[in-house]
Design a protein around this ligand. Structure first.
Ligand code: COA
Length: 257
């Protein structure tokens, strides 16, 4: 696929999508957001891709936010609302993908960059990465789903602290509060992230898809309703040939012991 601001490559079931505007610390302008939407659709449609890794180009940044040059040019509340709505739709596509995604956070993940990472299924980070939602220091609020996702991932207390202070948050702290799933020394980030992706790749593909959907949908309903979805999905998973083969393989191995 042809992109100006993204790099997309894939091998052995793992797609790597890199936001590639290193001279602007990979800031998300409208063009890049549109390209992300196209890339997410392509990745969703590609049966050979089973895990997506999203990262940023260069040593310094994952993504340093929405492009402030475009934000400053907003002329009306409705124009700004449309921009936020567009970003929410794009990141919503990522979150609702039928395959898991991992944000590999290699540097600054600020504003829209932090929101991009939050829309991924999981997050790995280099110990030198920095997170944050600095929008209030620019007189706006996070607009690409950050207020909602951070509160769901790390709880409302953490979301209020990050959003109201606008402070940069070190990777260790982001890991401590559950925003980062796995933390690595900078030189081990890629290998550690690929190991995580490969572990996921080795699991049942239909089971992964159903589990992802069950957790995602359950977050927006009561536990009782969520458990109904869970038993439905459990039922669906039990009909797959993959389940039969995996269970038989376990039993055969046990017999040999
Ligand atoms: N939008 C547009 N351009 C951005 C950007 C953004 N969000 N973040 C960085 N850039 C650009 C800078 O303008 C600069 O461009 P230039 O070389 O043409 O002047 C380039 O990226 C490098 O950034 P710079 O600020 O020089 O790097 P730094 O190491 O001094 O600082 C940051 C790094 C991340 C602390 C700083 O760039 C920053 O605060 N960025 C904005 C973060 C933000 O508020 N994001 C949320 C937006 S809602």
């Amino acid at each position: 696929m042809d992109f100006k601001n993204l790099l997309l490559e894939s091998s052995n079931g793992i797609a790597k999508l890199t936001v590639n505007r290193p001279d602007k610390l990979n800031a998300l302008n409208h063009e890049t957001l549109s390209e992300l939407a196209r890339a997410f659709d392509a990745i969703e449609a590609d049966a050979l891709v089973r895990v997506l890794v999203v990262t940023g180009s260069g040593e310094k940044a994952f993504v340093a936010g929405a492009d402030i040059n475009e934000l400053v040019a907003m002329q009306s509340a409705m124009q700004a609302k449309d921009l936020a709505f567009f970003g929410q739709q794009v990141f919503g596509r990522l979150e609702k993908m039928s395959k898991p995604s991992i944000a590999m956070v290699n540097g600054f993940a600020l504003g829209g960059g932090c929101e991009l990472a939050l829309a991924c299924t999981l997050r790995t980070a280099s110990k030198s990465a920095r997170f944050g939602l600095p929008e209030v220091s620019l007189g706006i609020i996070p607009g690409y789903g950050g207020t909602q996702r951070l509160a769901r991932i790390a709880g409302p207390g953490v979301a209020r602290e990050w959003v109201l202070t606008g402070d940069m948050i070190g990777a260790e702290e982001a890991w401590r509060v559950g925003v980062v799933n796995r933390l690595f020394a900078p030189e081990e980030l890629k290998e550690g992230t690929w190991k995580l992706a490969e572990t996921i790749l080795s699991r049942g593909p239909t089971a992964l898809r159903l589990a992802l959907e069950t957790i995602r949908r359950g977050l927006n309903m009561s536990q009782q309703e969520g458990e109904i979805i869970e038993s439905d999905m459990f039922g669906l998973a039990s009909t797959t040939e993959d389940m039969r083969q995996r269970m038989q393989a376990f039993l055969d191995k046990s017999k040999k012991k």
